[in-house]
Design a protein around this ligand. Structure first.
Ligand code: ZN
Length: 119
């Protein structure tokens, strides 16, 4: 028998063996004793989970920051709106003052108060 056929009949299975659990690792006798592909898979999974967690946390932090910024802008826009409303209200009140009694301007104050509490 040629030597390469002998090798096929007796492959180095005794020393080197594929992992019986099918993870694809080739294991020597010493490795086989310690090998636990479930542990390795779990560790890899944990690492991926940790990585995903970090990504999600980072994304959440960014979202919160964006939310804060959006709220700030919204508040500032509301203030600007109030300011512009007050301005037009003052202008209209001034116009009313020139042509009507002070009772009318009091009515405008009450109206504005109601509007602001309503928001
Ligand atoms: Zn394995």
């Amino acid at each position: 028998m040629p030597p390469h056929l002998l090798q096929e009949v007796h492959p180095p299975v005794a020393s080197q063996q594929r992992c019986p659990l099918g993870c694809g690792a080739t294991l020597g006798p010493a490795e086989r004793a310690h090998h636990n592909c479930y542990r390795q898979l779990r560790e890899a999974w944990d690492q991926r989970q940790e990585h995903s967690r970090t990504l999600v946390l980072c994304l959440l932090r960014r979202l919160r920051k964006l939310h804060r910024t959006t709220n700030l802008i919204r508040r500032q826009l509301a203030q600007l709106g109030d300011f512009l409303e007050d301005d037009t209200l003052l202008m209209s009140t001034r116009q009313e003052e020139t042509e009507a009694t002070p009772e009318n301007s009091n009515g405008a104050e009450v109206w504005r108060g109601q509007r602001q509490s309503g928001i």
